[in-house]
Design a protein around this ligand. Sequence first.
Ligand SMILES: C[S@@+](CC[C@H](N)C(=O)[O-])C[C@H]1O[C@@H](n2cnc3c(N)ncnc32)[C@H](O)[C@@H]1O
Length: 224
Amino acid sequence: MEAQENIPEFTLEALAGQLRSPSGTAGVSVGHTMHESNIAMTRNAFTALGLQEGDHILELGHGNGHHLKEILMSIPELQYYGLDISALMHKEATDFCDAVQLQEQVSFGLYDGRTLPFEDHVFDKITTVNTLYFWADPLALMQELYRVLKPGGLCSIAFVDKASMDQLPFTEFGFTKYDRSHFEVLMSNTPFILNRIPEYTEMVRNKMGQEMTRRYYVAVLQKP
Ligand SMILES: C[S@@+](CC[C@H](N)C(=O)[O-])C[C@H]1O[C@@H](n2cnc3c(N)ncnc32)[C@H](O)[C@@H]1O
């Protein structure tokens, strides 16, 4: 969730729809804004996985993919697969990775937000940042993440805390908001072990140009 919004022509509902699945010319700007606003969360979500050479990793909801240059270039043998529901974000991320010559390390796919198009036990690590709010069936998607992860594999899920989301009026439109305890209850109904769930705070600027503090979590889950 972007805490800095500079796209005033949107209604709150339209902005919420763009954040869920960016589209059209305006969606390109939304993709850039998301990347800039959320890069600290993204870095923390990847760092939490302890990435190593040779890892096969999956990211759900990569947005425009502009974070991949710094992350992938630091680990040359890492193989990355990005899945998104937005055809525009799929194209933006593919074009960006072509431009920065990451083609050998990345693959991208579109999916329906429910069923992961992979066989069982494919990935060493999985991450997703700011997508949890949009999952139609969180337990079913967690089961899918578990299925495609190798035994011993890690999954990091980064999400903004409900109280911080409540300060952003567009989150009234189609967002499911989580605080730590709500998330822990969700995870307790999955086969994952909740390894840790550190909390972060950062100063960000909201749509009205006001500074606000937002709290977010990077949950790290393990498949036994
Ligand atoms: C709010 S943006 C976050 C983008 C980026 N991860 C970030 O934090 O800046 C949500 C992204 O996830 C995608 N998305 C929404 N629901 C999804 C789902 N169920 N599975 C995968 N991607 C999803 C959207 O198309 C968009 O690219």
